[in-house]
Each structure stands twice: as structure tokens, then as C-alpha cells.
Design a protein around this ligand. Structure first.
Ligand SMILES: [Zn+2]
Ligand SMILES: [Zn+2]
Length: 253
């Protein structure tokens, strides 16, 4: 399975709207981060986890030419704002885009994107085939396991897809979810900043602790803010934990 990091930045992106943080990119494109999303490719499936505000740009630059399934972690706009841009896949694939997430997120998407659903669906608006995932499910050639955890004030669902586990916007992970992640070959975990601690996100040192506890051979951190410098952070991290960056491609298994 191949994983392309479409975006790796925190909710406001790096640099943020208005330009704060642009001097901190420091000539290294890995310090410029669009909102978090990954694209997973196997022989039979093309899956995207989360569809943020830069989704259109991300799909063009990484060449996402087909989407068989969208998985959504939670309803914050940095993870769903790009749903309208799935419209072009409706045209290309001649049908609605399948989407799996929790019941709560489905309700939230229906409220926020009300013009896409129901009797008053606006002609030509995005068509999604949304269904609940609350237990492991086989999709074509992959096994998808939902990974519920806490993000401060709301619940979020990460996903294990074969030997790849993805958990963004993490604050606390229950033991039952840790059990489902164990044995993964690659873990993707959010780490907002080096410090101080944050009410809704793990810091980088806290994320490293989780990676070590779960004994995953390779962990990539995402959802970093403006102050996290790529080069400098990787020097401080243990060798099995690396910062991901936009357009990084890795192979699992
Ligand atoms: Zn987020
Ligand atoms: Zn969030």
C-alpha cells in the first residue's frame, strides 16, 4: 500500500491566512503545510482520509485521479471543508462518492452542506453516498477498522487500513483503541507543537510517548503548527518517529 500525505498542517495551515509564519518557512518547503489529509492506494482501491480546505490543490499536485472511498475523522472544518470539491469526481466516476464516517459526523455534514442533500438538493451539487462505519469492514482489498478517541471536547474516529493506522486531532486514546492499533507497521499521529500542553491536541513529546507505548516500527507526525521547524524537529526526535510533510510518499508492507 502506498500513502501520500496530501497535507500535514494544523487547523489554520502553515503559514496562516494573512501571512503570519511565512518567514518561518525558512526556504524549506517542508515547513509549509496545508490541512491534513492522506491518500492511500492499493491495487484495487484509492482511499482518501479527510477532505480539507486545500483539497482541490492537493489532488492536482499529487495526482489523485480516482477516489473509491472517503473516510472522515471528524466534523471540524479543516477536515471537511473540501467536500464540495468532490463534485469533479462525481463527473469523472459517473456516480456519488462513497463516504464512511460516524453517525454524528454524517449529521454534521448534512447540516453544514445542506444544499447537497434531501429534497432541496441543489442541481449539480456534490453527490455523496454516506454510510456509518462502527465496526471493522472489508472494502475491496483492504480491511478498515475505526479507531475512536478523544479530541478534548469532541470524539474523533481514526482509521486502521490494513497495517497503516491514522489518528489525527488526538488528545486521549482509550485502551480499547490502542489494542486495535497495536501491530500496525506505520502509525500517523498528530503532534501540534513541542509545548506547552494543549487542551485538545497531543504535543509532539506526548505523541512520541504514544508511539513508544504502542511499539509501532515507524510513526509519522502530522497537524503541526507554524512554530514547528522540520529539520530541527527531526533532529530532536527518536529515529523511528519522523515529521511528515506535504507530498511525502511512503510504502507500507
Ligand atoms: Zn484538525
Ligand atoms: Zn479537530
Amino acid at each position: 500500500m502506498k500513502c501520500t500525505f496530501l497535507g500535514t498542517g494544523t487547523s489554520m495551515g502553515v503559514p496562516v491566512a494573512g501571512g503570519f509564519g511565512k518567514d518561518m518557512i525558512d526556504g524549506d518547503p517542508r515547513n509549509q503545510r496545508t490541512r491534513c489529509s492522506v491518500w492511500l492506494q492499493t491495487e484495487d482501491s484509492s482511499i482518501v482520509i479527510d477532505v480539507g480546505p486545500e483539497f482541490r490543490i492537493q489532488t492536482i499536485r499529487s495526482g489523485v485521479d480516482r477516489i473509491d472511498l472517503v473516510l472522515i475523522t471528524h466534523e471540524h472544518m479543516d477536515h471537511i471543508a473540501g467536500l464540495d470539491d468532490l463534485r469533479s469526481y462525481n463527473y469523472m466516476q459517473k456516480g456519488p462518492v462513497p463516504l464512511l464516517t460516524t453517525k454524528q459526523v454524517i449529521e454534521s455534514i448534512k447540516t453544514r452542506f445542506d444544499y447537497m442533500f434531501g429534497e432541496n438538493k441543489y442541481p449539480g451539487s456534490t453527490s455523496l453516498d454516506m454510510n456509518v462505519i462502527d465496526k471493522p469492514k472489508t472494502f475491496r482489498d483492504v480491511e478498515i477498522t475505526p479507531l475512536p478517541y478523544n479530541h478534548g471536547y469532541i470524539d474523533v474516529t481514526g482509521y486502521r487500513v490494513n497495517d497503516f493506522s491514522y489518528m489525527t486531532d488526538v488528545k486521549e486514546i482509550p485502551e480499547s483503541t490502542k489494542e486495535k492499533v497495536r501491530g500496525s507497521k506505520v502509525l500517523v499521529l498528530s503532534g501540534l507543537r513541542w509545548g506547552p500542553s494543549h487542551p485538545t491536541h497531543l504535543t509532539i513529546p506526548e505523541a512520541v510517548e504514544v508511539a513508544e507505548e504502542l511499539k509501532i516500527p515507524k510513526t509519522y507526525l502530522i497537524h503541526m503548527n507554524t512554530y514547528v521547524n522540520h529539520e530541527e524537529s527531526n533532529r530532536r526526535l527518536p529515529p523511528h518517529v519522523r515529521l511528515a510533510y506535504d507530498q511525502l510518499e511512503i510504502t507500507i508492507g
